[in-house]
Design a protein. Structure first.
Length: 374
């Protein structure tokens, strides 16, 4: 789960030329505008990331002038520009939160405690109804898969020192809807409440042994970012899966294909395509519970998709990104540029390690955030 509200420390305060009442605060890798003299260097506060939705509460009423409500239910935090200064997120002093009477620590996640949730745009003309979702075990997303969330580089500042010599695959981040297509011939869905116990492996073996007594679980499925979807006429996720015959590609293989669905009615068609298209960015080995490395992903596609029906997100290069970019602003400039079609701005780039499985992050272009964000 993404940490949308956390306890953070003010690293540095800087003046904004010509501004008497506001200044810039550096918080880890983020730059944000705060009231002048509201914080001192080293102060703690609650930091809300962009795309966080804050509940309708009197302490957030000042946001009415700065942002829009999210479906009338709260306040969405967006990237804004004040006095030519980009501001990403907001920081509020601890005294505004009576909830924190006990000791708190830097980095503590307070998303749930404050009732904050992630803003997610509506696709395909409306949200998916309960009828379009089905339970897997007792969840709407399979226990044996991983969601596709990428952490922003601003939250991984130690990477700049730790991984200077590491080579990364850099790909364009497309602006669509996250999608997962999976096949798992051992899809025994043990109740989620049992999966967290220390003896879950023994329980899982017993569950597999006696699962024939219950309704046979699905062995193939399609997910949006958070939901395992019913196969239903008019569902864009299933339609593209069937058009590409991905069930045949995955037959007999316990893997998940993860990528981006773009189309005329998805994210206002930022990518300017004339039909729905799926672009792969990851392959997850369900048996081993690990992602394939970039070179392994290419080999898998070569061996299992000889007709090249599966497109991949646009490749940029292989790069020692932390040698090329010494800080976040330089990296944000690095990821700027056009997207895959003429006349579109790239959302940014995703970087995946060539050697360390599952190690990845994203860097979003400020130009994209200021011009194209809903």
């Amino acid at each position: 789960m993404r940490k949308l509200a956390t306890i953070r420390k003010i690293d540095k305060l800087r003046e904004i030329p010509g501004a008497d009442f506001i200044e810039v605060a550096d918080v880890d890798g983020w730059e944000l505008v705060v009231k002048k003299d509201e914080f001192k260097k080293g102060d703690l506060g609650v930091y809300f990331e962009i795309d966080a939705v804050l509940p309708d509460h009197k302490r957030y009423e000042f946001l009415k002038k700065m942002t829009n409500t999210a479906g009338g239910q709260g306040y969405r935090i967006k990237t804004i520009k004040l006095r030519k200064q980009i501001s990403q997120g907001i920081m509020l002093p601890l005294h505004m939160f009576d909830e924190f009477s006990q000791l708190i620590r830097v980095g503590e996640d307070v998303t749930e405690a404050l009732g904050v949730w992630l803003y997610e745009p509506v696709h395909q003309g409306g949200p998916m109804s309960n009828a379009e979702c089905r339970s897997v075990g007792k969840k709407v997303f399979p226990d044996f898969l991983r969601k596709t969330d990428q952490e922003r580089i601003q939250n991984k500042m130690h990477y700049f020192d730790t991984y200077k010599d590491m080579t990364w695959e850099a790909t364009k981040k497309l602006d669509g809807s996250s999608m997962t297509i999976w096949n798992y011939d051992k899809a025994y869905h043990m109740p989620a409440g049992l999966m967290n116990k220390k003896w879950k492996n023994k329980l899982l073996r017993l569950w597999e042994r006696f699962t024939f007594l219950f309704k046979k679980p699905d062995t193939f499925g399609v997910c949006s970012r958070n939901v395992n979807l019913r196969e239903k006429e008019g569902n864009a996720f299933w339609e593209i899966t069937n058009q590409m015959e991905l069930r045949d590609v995955l037959k007999g293989k316990n893997v998940a294909l993860q990528g981006e669905l773009v189309g005329p009615f998805i994210q206002k068609n930022h990518e300017k395509v004339d039909r729905n298209e799926f672009y792969l960015f990851d392959i997850f080995d369900i048996d081993k519970q690990e992602y394939l490395l970039p070179e392994e992903r290419e080999e898998w596609l070569h061996d299992n998709d000889p007709t090249n029906r599966i497109k991949t997100v646009p490749f940029h290069n292989y790069v020692n990104i932390f040698n090329a970019c010494s800080d976040v602003p330089k990296m944000q400039m690095y990821v700027e540029g056009p997207s895959m079609n003429k006349g579109t701005i790239s959302e940014g780039m995703v970087f995946k390690s060539m050697t360390d499985r599952g190690m990845s992050f994203k860097c979003i272009s400020n130009k994209y955030l200021l011009k194209c964000e809903d």
